[in-house]
Write a protein that binds this ligand. Structure first.
Ligand code: MTE
Length: 312
């Protein structure tokens, strides 16, 4: 994203390869630390309540899952700071209960849902998805959630509902970094209605079988695995059906760098870096990034005929 600290740049990118590999042989431990996510030994990530009766959902990848400790300590959640370890250290000020999600706008049956009703709303599924961050790293995360389309059916969008806007909580008391102007708050994201209805799109309420940790977007967040991670708005309080494409927080911050679609596309570089490869957190070598993050079979049809260089 816009702010990159030296600690976010893999050592492999700043040190000549031979020296790096050599050093790795002699200093295996140190090199491992250099490429590992910022998992602080002193702050053991805590475990949350386990969900009961989660069914196995479709579309899961067999890729090796990123360990719980990395998933919950290497985060982007700018409402708590821009450092990868800020959310794990600071998101304890977020209160995920009581919590409501208002579903409104171009719908026949607008409704304010209590989070506990939403969690019971549709059978919870586990889906192991790849998450590719626009910064060039990726993870594999077993989410717990339900398809967004189930919620959409219930509120009955009108014919004017062409897009869906997702609004995260605005409350600087709970989210202290909202006092900074690093982004325009609240955090806003959006999908086209067919993307929102795609069976891959999840509303996640947990991961690794447990209630979503605060730093991962408690109590409810969006997951669109074929798009860069920043599309998946955390701690959602409002889902609004609208006629025009929402102006998302990242489009507002840097319109030439972040488009509305934000599909993972190894052929369309970010203006300041390539998107053709990625580093899976916990792995040493980079791997090729796949078109639509490997979900082309499910979503390529949504973009048929569109110029993806233009609609990035
Ligand atoms: N949602 C909110 N409200 N605020 C944020 O800063 N960061 C996004 C996305 N959702 C963000 C957000 C980015 S850049 C990424 S990569 C993912 O959350 C990271 O999700 P994770 O920390 O659970 O891996």
């Amino acid at each position: 994203m816009r702010i990159i600290k030296p600690s976010d740049i893999p050592a492999s990118e700043i040190t000549p390869r031979e020296i790096y590999l050599n050093r790795r042989q002699f200093m295996a431990g140190v090199a491992a630390l250099a490429i590992a996510p910022a998992v602080s030994a002193s702050s053991e990530p805590s475990h949350g309540q386990k969900f009961m009766d989660i069914k196995t959902g479709p579309y899961s990848t067999n890729d090796k899952q990123t360990p719980f400790d990395s998933v919950t300590t290497y985060n982007n959640f700018y409402e708590f700071g821009t450092g990868k370890d800020d959310p794990a250290k600071r998101a304890h000020t977020l209160k995920p209960r009581p919590w409501t999600v208002s579903v409104e706008g171009e719908v026949k049956r607008p409704k304010v849902f209590d989070i506990d009703d939403l969690i019971r709303f549709a059978p919870l599924e586990e889906r192991i998805y790849r998450l590719r961050c626009v910064e060039g790293w990726s993870m594999v995360i077993p989410w717990v959630g339900f398809p967004l389309t189930e919620l959409i059916k219930q509120v009955e969008p009108t014919g004017n509902a062409k897009f869906v806007e997702f609004v995260s909580l605005l409350d600087p008391k709970q989210m202290p970094y909202q006092r900074s102007s690093v982004l325009d708050w609240p955090y806003i994201e959006g999908l086209r209605i067919d993307e929102a209805n795609n069976p891959l799109t999840l509303l996640a309420v947990g991961l690794y079988g447990e209630v979503l940790p605060n730093q991962n977007g408690a109590p409810i967040r969006l997951i669109t695995p074929w798009k860069y991670g920043f599309k998946s708005a955390k701690s959602i309080v409002k889902i609004r059906f609208v006629e025009k494409p929402p102006i998302t927080s990242w489009m507002r911050a840097a319109p030439n760098e972040y488009g509305f679609f934000s599909n993972v596309n190894p052929e369309v570089a970010h203006p300041r870096w390539s998107q053709s490869r990625e580093r899976r957190i916990g792995e040493f070598f980079k791997r090729d990034t796949l078109m639509f993050n490997g979900y082309a079979e499910q979503v390529a049809k949504l973009y048929r005929g569109m110029d993806l260089q233009k609609y990035f």
